[in-house]
Design a protein around this ligand. Structure first.
Ligand SMILES: NC(=O)c1ccc[n+]([C@@H]2O[C@H](COP(=O)([O-])OP(=O)(O)OC[C@H]3O[C@@H](n4cnc5c(N)ncnc54)[C@H](O)[C@@H]3O)[C@@H](O)[C@H]2O)c1
Length: 329
């Protein structure tokens, strides 16, 4: 099994572990026989959900605390071999309406975490979940890691600070850190209640409820990573010490326009309707236009490649919410 030797019996902490990606990572790490602790604040506006770890309750430790709590973090990192640092405020719009909360979680708390590691767990390996949002509006496509950094919203600025703190702690303090810049990630466990995590979440909810969903503009290009592929990337990055101090993009399916995505979603579901609307003004201001990723760096360095095609990713996601929508709305 992939990475068994790296993780069996090892102690792993996942911040944001009750969230979408964190819980999928936890599930895989339990299969790999790691000793897993999840830390999550379960703030209702974010993606944390205890149902995400259904069936795992006896196999993981759950610590409901906030990464902004310096003392909790100090306690939690001790003795850990790996830290998957995924806790974050993920809504771009919320970051514009409440910029200081985004700053506290996505930047300041990252320093608490890194300081706790420097003082109490200097041997730990950290993988930080960043975002394609740090690039802003693409100047060229596909976007590689050399693309200029010019975020279009507060979330992008704070995530950029968060990633640079991680790299700095490698460069100055020798802590083993790596950064992954994720593109739209989809799969079972994603937030579907509203569009806070991704527009696709609310599309899926409305589709399941038999209601039409809205596609804004519809011509923008996007790429998508299925969550199992993202989990592979986190594990491969954690297991390799050759890439410490590096920042790598994750990508996915060939790019599709949002209208093509809407059509595909309806086809995979077997039914559904959507309407095309103009962008609401407050969204338009922070929209990045077309985006898709060049992920050759991680392919070259670690051999990571996305394996699950978009139609299969949508099929698995829809199957999940057909069964479990009530736990997510
Ligand atoms: N899903 C995507 O498409 C995507 C894209 C780019 C980047 N990312 C990054 O990946 C990471 C995981 O994202 P996700 O999609 O699983 O989102 P998510 O919202 O499902 O997971 C984040 C988790 O962090 C927790 N959290 C938030 N603030 C916290 C705090 N102060 N203390 C403790 N826990 C806190 C939330 O409760 C949630 O469970 C995030 O850092 C996000 O920025 C995700």
């Amino acid at each position: 099994m992939l990475h068994k030797e790296s993780f069996a019996g090892r102690k792993v902490l996942i911040t944001g572990g009750l969230g979408f990606i964190g819980s999928n990572l936890a599930r895989r790490l339990v299969q790999l026989k790691a000793q897993v602790t999840l830390v999550d604040s379960l703030i209702p506006e974010y993606g944390g959900n205890l149902f995400n770890i259904a069936g795992l309750e006896d196999s993981v430790r759950v610590n409901i605390s906030d990464v902004r709590d310096e003392h909790s973090m100090r306690y939690l990192v001790q003795g850990q071999d790996y830290l998957f640092n995924l806790a974050g405020q993920t809504s771009h719009l919320d970051s514009m309406q409440d910029p200081l909360t985004d700053l506290e979680i996505n930047a300041k708390a990252q320093l608490f975490i890194l300081e706790a590691c420097r003082k109490f767990a200097p041997e730990i390996k950290i993988v930080f979940a960043s975002t394609r949002q740090v690039y802003g509006k693409p100047e060229y496509l596909p976007v590689d890691e050399k693309h200029p950094l010019r975020p279009v919203d507060v979330n992008g600025v704070n995530k950029l600070a968060g990633e640079w703190y991680h790299i700095l702690y490698k460069d100055v303090h020798g802590i083993k850190t790596c950064v992954l810049r994720l593109t739209n990630t989809i799969g079972p466990g994603m937030r579907v209640k509203d569009a806070r995590q991704t527009f696709l979440g609310v599309w899926i909810r409305l589709l399941m409820e038999g209601k039409p969903f809205e596609v804004w503009n519809g011509n923008q290009l996007r790429d998508f990573t299925y969550v199992d592929d993202a989990v592979d990337a986190f594990l491969m990055t954690a297991a390799s010490d050759q890439i410490n101090g590096e920042t790598m993009n994750l990508g996915g399916s060939p790019s599709v326009s949002l209208k093509e995505l809407a059509e595909l979603l309806i086809k995979v579901n077997g039914s559904g309707e959507y309407t095309v609307k103009d962008f609401p003004t407050e969204r338009k201001q922070i929209d990045i236009g077309d985006y898709y990723t060049d992920f050759n760096l991680i392919r070259r360095r670690l051999g990571w490649e996305p394996k699950v095609p978009l139609n299969e990713a949508l099929r698995r996601t829809l199957d999940y919410y057909r069964k479990h929508l009530d736990k997510y709305v």
